[in-house]
Design a protein around this ligand. Sequence first.
Ligand code: NAG
Length: 183
Amino acid sequence: MGRFIILTLFLLAKFSAFQAHAGNEVRAPILKPSSPFSLALETLQKQIGYTFQSIGLLRRAMTHSSFSEENNKALSILGASIIETSVSLQYLKKDMEASAKDLNHRISEISQVESSCSVDAMRLGLQKVIRVSPKTNASTPAVVCGAFRAIFGAIAMDTGKSDDAGKVFWSVHGSEVGGAAAL
Ligand SMILES: *[C@@H]1O[C@H](CO)[C@@H](O)[C@H](O)[C@H]1NC(C)=O
C-alpha cells in the first residue's frame, strides 16, 4: 500500500512537470510580437535606433486620440518641448551671440507641422503605423506630426531624461535631412 502511494505521488509529480513544460511551450509564442501593429513598432524602434524598456510608451505614442482614450496627446506636447529645447541648445552652442529673433525663427522652422515635422514623420512611415479611427486620415500633417513628436516624449518617459530623447531626435532628423539633400 505504501509503495502504491509513493508510485502515485511519483507519477503525479512527473505529470504536473510535463504539464508545466507543455504550458510554457503553448504560452511562448504569445509573448512574441505577432500583430501587424507590434511588428511595426519593432521596425520603428530599429529605424530610430532606440529600443524601449517599456514598449507601452511607444504603443501610446503611435495611438491617435480618435482611436482611444489612451493616446499620444500629452506625449506629443512633451515631445514638442524636447525638440524646441534641443534645437535651442544646439543653435546657441554654435553661436552664443545669435539674436532672439534668429533663435525664434529656427525654433518655428523646426516645429512647423506642415513642413519639417510631417516630413520627418512621413519619412519614418508613421502614417502606416499610427492607430486612428476608421474616419480619420492618418496621413494628415497634424496626425503624423503629433505621432512624431510623441516618440520623443515617449523616449523621455522611458529613460526619465529629455537628453536621450533629444539625441534620438537629432539622429532621426539629421539623417532625414541628409536623405533630402541626396535627392
Ligand atoms: C489624407 O491626407 C493626405 C494629406 O493631407 C491627402 O493627400 C490624402 O488625399 C488624404 N486621403 C484621403 C483618403 O482623404
